[in-house]
Design a protein around this ligand. Sequence first.
Ligand SMILES: [Zn+2]
Length: 469
Amino acid sequence: MQNIKAYNTLSRKLEDFTPLNGKKVNMYVCGPTVYNLIHLGNARPLCVFDCIRRYLIHAGYDVNYITNFTDVDDKIIRKANEENVKASEISEKYIVEFFKDSDGLGVMRSSVYPKVTENMDAIIALVAKLVDKGFAYENEGDVYFSALKFDGYGKLSHMPIDDLSSGARVDVSEKKREPLDFALWKAAKPGEPSWDSPWGKGRPGWHIECSTMSEKYAGDTLDIHGGGQDLMFPHHENEVAQSEAATGKPLAKYWLHNGFLNIDNTKMSKSLGNFFTVRDVAEKYGYDAIRFFLISAHYRNPVNYTDKLIESAKASLERMKTCREALEMAVANAASSSEKISEEVENFTAKAKQDFDSAMAFDFNTADAIASIFELVTSVNILLTKQTANKNELLKCAAVFDELTGILGLDLRDNGSEKIPKEVTDLAEARTAAKKEKNFSLADELREKIKILGYNIEDTRQGVKITKI
Ligand SMILES: [Zn+2]
């Protein structure tokens, strides 16, 4: 295992990765505002920080991974009012949808998913602390953070205060003193959900939730704070100001930001008609192609999405899958023996592991890590054509293959891009149970139902095999 280096946005330098508490890593990645299906831009931080997390686990770290859900927000409230339902109905619905996409993309579940509505007391306590310390002020039920009172404001985005200030927008409805000041608490407006606070009824501003939740679930200082580059200013800059003003300690030791995702070299936006939800793209190309596409670039580089590029990513992934399947078949057909693993196989598997590790240890370079897996694919394909490999060699290749692809969250043994729907697997289980009870007419009926849903069911020696018709 090599020493890990990470590029820290705060210092703008590549630094040795040394967590604060030995093998424990507290990692916070800003989560979604749950009012809609997530889009391709949201999928990028999900996948890249999942790879970083998996690699750290592989490197022996115990990772506490925190993702928040913003479940009170203007967009949620607007949508709820349009649909004449409660804001919580909207957020709950889209949390369920979020998990469908996040699980589909092969993202490990976070250790915790705190919600704003479930952490209101802690949020109010932090706002009150900032008011007490003189970093925030109240004005007609709103509470604002005085950005200029915090020494070091702008240190994360590396922008001079004057530049930040001239770019800041002051909405006429806001009651703040300076353009860079930002809301910690907003007084209740008619038709909005609200909570009691020392400043009257209201709801939190956006940034304060992340400061509150990172402190609650990881203490004063995180090891890693991650998120998209688009969140660096103002969101992350404001998180730094709030947390550090409150605790006097750094909010995070390492700040990691992923690059932008463009569509056909332009910014994705609804008005340009180039807005893609993960769900839409998954239906066309499969979730695993999206994941593979997104991690094929270094996380800090911009990614350009086009149909052609995702098709080519899908084809590359297929090449990996085909190799892994051929390996599986060769293992199944090889006789067990105590034959030794040849030097050739030892060498190319060791090289793949070493190259992979070097790539990931050097600022989590998934692009180079994937290249090392393709070298392994080439070597395995040559080995399989020669038909000289013994079972131990094949098993060794398969184990290394699975280890490396697993760190990138790619499941190559899951043939086809689509997961079998739960409805189908439930029916299949019911059919197996019916067969056990010798209720063959029910079993046949269930097989027909599965067929109607577009799947074939076959009994093999290894168990039930479900395939798409
Ligand atoms: Zn955040």
